[in-house]
Design a protein around this ligand. Structure first.
Ligand SMILES: [Cu+2]
Length: 152
């Protein structure tokens, strides 16, 4: 094989492989999936503890939900989602998937209650319901924020 032939062949393979990888990256680019809608009257609320109550440092929080169902994270099904517990007003961007932290807990297995431990003092709790991709529904389903006092 002449040098020219080898170069032409190499150039061909390079071009072909760059076309393939461009196609591949186009395919794997995530499409912006439209937000999941929430039905009229959908509501998330904290069943326990009640607003203004005093609890022990380790206590149970029960999540309530109306007009929607629970599905584990990653499972796409209309009118469903999973709970997120916001402790002490942790901030988040309503237009992005919810981040995960010590004060923004995900219950992606479909849990409807959790045992949490907080330092003594006043704390706030709030529930945010979100879809399979941890995004708020349209319109958002967010509970009222409650204030509790934690005592040793
Ligand atoms: Cu989540």
């Amino acid at each position: 094989m002449s040098i020219i032939n080898t170069l032409v062949t190499a150039a061909f393979f390079l071009t072909a492989s760059s076309i393939i990888s461009a196609e591949e990256s186009k395919k794997s680019e995530p499409k912006a999936e439209p937000k999941m809608t929430s039905p009229k009257g959908a509501k998330a609320y904290i069943i326990f503890p009640k607003d203004g109550k005093t609890v022990k440092t380790k206590f149970l929080v029960k999540f309530g939900l109306k007009k929607m169902g629970i599905a584990p994270a990653g499972i796409k099904f209309p009118n469903t989602g999973h709970h997120h517990l916001i402790i002490d007003g942790a901030k988040f961007d309503k237009s992005l998937p919810l981040p995960m932290s010590e004060t923004l807990k995900h219950f992606g297995a479909g849990q409807t209650e959790t045992l949490i431990e907080l330092k003594p003092g006043k704390h706030t709790l709030k529930l945010v319901f979100a879809d399979h991709l941890h995004r708020l529904h349209e319109p958002p389903v967010i509970s009222e924020e409650i204030t509790i006092t934690v005592k040793e």
